[in-house]
Design a protein. Structure first.
Length: 300
């Protein structure tokens, strides 16, 4: 089988188009402009690139972008004070604190100080609990983007065997909850899983989210399965010249594409969908904050 490539870049452009349409309508009919605040502590170059592209796309869909760049040794007190200010700012509908934070800051404490209604990452314990009990919540962007692509490709996911490789709070666990919500039979596998290759071979849907370059080879993939590759790993690419690098996923793309029914590429797969879903979540948060009907098809 030669896999159909799921074009996350095109899919994300479509989601952003839908968001932009709703934003325009909100402005026109209600005089409201959604606002997203992004907080970056420190100067990690990869984070800076990512924050810049979020800011740019936020403005492109017609929303307000507020960037807060804080010094790497910002105190917890100062960071919490900023979050408190953003929580109480009516122009801000979504707050994202870029992770990871410098070591001296307590990530759990910081995330849980964000107003859950503005927690567009869906990381606040209150949103985690709401998702786990099937109640309306803010859903983490990466898993939401994966779910949208899976639903688009399959229609119903009911009864499918899904294996999520990776158990992180930001991808693996919420992804499993979403798949369960769509009536998949869900397995969460991880580094201690026995017979991992055989566990993955059972899957109709494989979501790889471990952060290890090309760790899932093609011969773990069941013929015709759908493969969602969440990993974005930068590795050396001496074949491109000295000091050059390239991006690869957690899946060995070529061998997996030879067996899968459908597969997301890296780059151009899950990554762009993550940002598109961040914008969708900001719009959703804005609609909820104003008691307005939220957009269809942009939430879980
Ligand atoms: N609170 C928080 N929320 C996040 O969602 C969050 C975060 N912190 N910290 C950092 C990670 C990383 N992340 C990415 C999203 C999109 C691409 C993306 O669009 N990547 C492009 C490639 C970009 C390139 O060429 O480097 C792609 O996959 O096609 C990458 C990385 C969100 N993160």
């Amino acid at each position: 089988m030669v896999a159909q490539v799921i074009d996350g870049k095109a899919f994300a452009a479509n989601v952003r188009g839908q968001v932009a349409e709703h934003v325009a309508k909100l402005k026109e009919e209600n005089g409201i402009t959604p606002g997203l605040a992004v907080v970056l502590v420190g100067e990690d170059p990869a984070s800076q690139v990512y924050v810049r592209s979020k800011g740019k796309q936020t403005v492109e869909v017609g929303m307000n972008s507020y960037e807060h760049k804080l010094d790497v040794d910002t105190s917890e007190e100062d960071l919490l004070a900023l979050i408190d200010k953003l929580n109480n700012d009516p122009a801000v509908h979504g707050i994202l604190v870029q992770l990871p934070l410098p070591k001296h800051l307590n990530e759990d404490l910081v995330i849980n100080s964000i107003d859950p209604a503005k927690d567009v990452d869906g990381f606040h314990i209150s949103n985690v609990g709401l998702l786990g009990t099937g109640q309306k919540s803010m859903v983490p962007c990466t898993p939401l983007g994966c779910l949208m692509m899976l639903r688009d490709h399959h229609g119903s996911l009911s009864g499918m065997d899904a294996v999520v490789v990776g158990r992180s709070n930001i991808v693996g666990k919420p992804m499993a909850q979403l798949l369960l919500g769509d009536s998949c039979t869900v397995t969460i596998a991880h580094s201690r899983t026995k017979d991992l290759p055989d566990v993955v071979r059972r899957a109709d849907i494989v979501v790889a989210a471990v952060g290890r370059p090309e760790m899932v080879p093609g011969d773990w993939i069941k013929e015709g399965a759908t493969v969602i590759d969440v990993g974005i790993n930068r590795i050396d690419a001496p074949e491109k010249g000295e000091g050059k690098t390239r991006l690869v996923g957690d899946v060995h793309y070529e061998s997996a594409a030879a067996r899968a029914g459908a597969i997301t590429p890296v780059p151009g797969g899950v990554g762009p969908m993550t940002i598109a879903c961040l914008l969708a979540n900001t719009l959703t948060a804005c609609c909820r904050a104003n008691g307005l009907t939220e957009p269809e098809g942009l939430t879980a």
